[in-house]
Design a protein around this ligand. Sequence first.
Ligand SMILES: [Zn+2]
Length: 570
Amino acid sequence: MRTRLPVLLVVVIVAATVIAGLVVGAQRDDRSGPVDLVVLNGRVFAGAGREPAEALAARGNEILRVGSNRDMKRLAGAATRVIDAHGGSVLPGFIDGHVHFVSGGLGMDRVNLLDAESLDAIRKKIREFAAANPDRAWVLGRGWYYSPFPGGLPTRQQLDELVPDRPAYMTCYDGHTGWANTAALELAGITAKTPDPTDGVIVKDPKTGEPTGILKEAAQGLMSKVLPQATRADRLRAIRRASEEASRLGLTSIHEAGTGEASLEMFEEVRKEGALAVRVYAALSVKDNMTEADADAFDALRKRYAANPQIKVGAVKVMEDGVIEAHTAAMLAPYANKPSSGHANYTPQELQRVVTMMDRRGWQVMTHAIGDGAVRMTLDAYEAAAKANPAPPAGRRHRVEHAETIDPADFPRFKQQNTIVSYMPFHANPTPAQLTVWTTNIGPERSSRGWIVRTLQQAGARQVFGSDWPVVALDPRLEVNMAVTRRTADGQPREGWLPEQAVTLESAIENMTAAGAYASFDEGKKGRLAPGMLADIVILSKDVFAQPPERFLDAVVDTTILGGKIVYQR
Ligand SMILES: [Zn+2]
């Protein structure tokens, strides 16, 4: 035995060397033992226009190799986790470029009206929730659309009928309008005599002067004061639930659009528990009259999270205007059905001051700008900042959030400035409930420039997709499907709404993955399936490129992997 051993060893070494030589490029890391995870029998998306691979392998939290089943099997050992993708698409984990994770999670505990598209459906949902939760002091909900209500707005009497015994308050799907019943108005002390707050409107009956129950924009703050406050425990639970929901939907990263120190600490607490299954890119909400001292505090917060493995602070969120549905978005010209151009929360000078201050400190600015007037003012502010400040080392990647309608003169400016358009394609879900008020308020000409994903792509503008959850559902497949089809999930209207704005499935998926990585300065780490990238992966139940693109929603998430660890399996 002793004499034979060296001979055997030589044979093994020679064989291994030959095999390694056959394996393309004989990868450097192959020798440091078996890998932790391999995905076999998949269609591994390698980026638009590239041939898919069959398989990939990950070691630790990174992708080690992408290639053939045969090569990846060779990297596996007894302890390697092997996942069979059964021919399904293997994509980079989805990145939601704009969410409100904490409020989304809190909303999972309230009446959800997002899929209630008729008055009857809304009534039924609220009534059932109230009946099922008799011990709650308030009945809270969100997600109603304007169009099921005659005139586009509900009334307190309608809510009194559904919840007669206690206060009730329902936030509109876009978060810009609140609907209170009479008991809630009384608790908040809102009467015929209450004046409108700055940047908000208490809608009053033109005949009686009594409040109708509708609170627009900042007027919602009058109600927030008396609403039962979510406790810290409620918020922690909301983050955990939202994280689970994200994993179920194939999301591995989110951009939290507007947050602050206290929420970040809660994200961190959940991360330490091991219950945060997404990477968080946080945008801090800019304060009113933001000072250099406020900005110093932001800088300190960014520094505190600089080494955090899952939470990154890099952006600031500015709320520039409201929404078209409530006539509160800032337009260049008056609304089609109201002698007003809406309202910007900032003067051009003040916006430029804040943007320039944050740009100088190397922050990315994310500005909520929905109307064409707000979009222009935002682009002007970014231009002014670029003139005033030297370019930051990583380059400028400011963003316009929503940009629902843009004046043609501004199309080329996104590319010129390297400003990212942050689109929520599913906000254009062309159901009568979701789109009618929008198109009526701005008229056909401006409506024809709604969510012009394709036009801006042709103009060379970088884009990123997000959901704005809880404004619409968190499911990233809905965003991709809408960008590709411009139709509802049921395929309506058949010809698509502004069908010339549809993009390819590959490009929609890139906007929901790689683009989100670029938009947080992380394109070197994630958003693509390639060696050295984080092993953030989603496996779908079908090869979505082997079927007509309009059948994308047939595919569901089978497995979600975050940093090489399986966080969801169907
Ligand atoms: Zn938002």
